[in-house]
Design a protein around this ligand. Structure first.
Ligand code: HEM
Length: 146
């Protein structure tokens, strides 16, 4: 079962205690039969055993992803908002943080941002401001001399 439990939020003493169950990927990988079928989608673990024969896209595609990370195939199909809402019913926990790998398309700047040192974010405005300063001085001195 779960290897770790932790608080899912920073709320303390507010009466709403949320706890997340974490699962190791090796644990998820064992749940790959039609009697017990788990999937990972975007770092979340879903027990979709009872959903198998209800899936509009068929049982087979789910069985192919059994016990594995199905994020890519789930997105490739272009599932509707309804389908995304349905996921909640089958959510059982999160992938253990030490098993998480950054997804392509994630917002982690160290993996996807081509501007790793981020110098471009400030160098262009500064150069632009200097140029504007020169232009301003050039035009004001020209209008004074004429
Ligand atoms: C628990 C996870 C999933 C849920 C709740 C889910 C739900 C749904 C729903 C509601 C539909 C009907 C169309 C829509 O509303 O988008 C659908 C269609 C479909 N799903 Fe899933 N799905 C899941 C996982 C997957 C995975 C992992 C795959 C791919 C390997 C997949 C492949 C398909 C396909 C091929 C269709 C048919 C698309 C079509 O006919 O246009 N689904 N799914």
């Amino acid at each position: 079962m779960a290897t770790a439990e932790g608080s899912g939020s920073d709320e303390q003493g507010q009466g709403v205690e949320t706890s997340v169950t974490y699962y190791r990927l090796e644990e998820v990988a064992k749940r790959n039969s039609s009697e017990d079928l788990w999937l990972v989608i975007h770092g979340r673990v879903y027990d979709i055993t009872r959903f198998l024969n209800e899936h509009p896209g068929g049982e087979e595609v789910l069985q192919e992803q059994a016990g594995a990370d199905a994020s890519e195939s789930f997105e490739d199909v272009g599932h509707s908002t309804d389908a995304r809402e349905m996921l909640k019913q089958y959510y059982i926990g999160d992938v253990h943080p030490s098993d998480l790998k950054p997804e392509s398309g994630s917002k982690d700047p160290s993996t996807n941002d081509p501007c790793k040192s981020c110098w471009a974010y400030w160098i262009f405005p500064i150069v632009g401001a200097i140029l504007l300063g020169f232009l301003y001085r050039y035009y004001t001195s020209e209008s004074k001399s004429s």
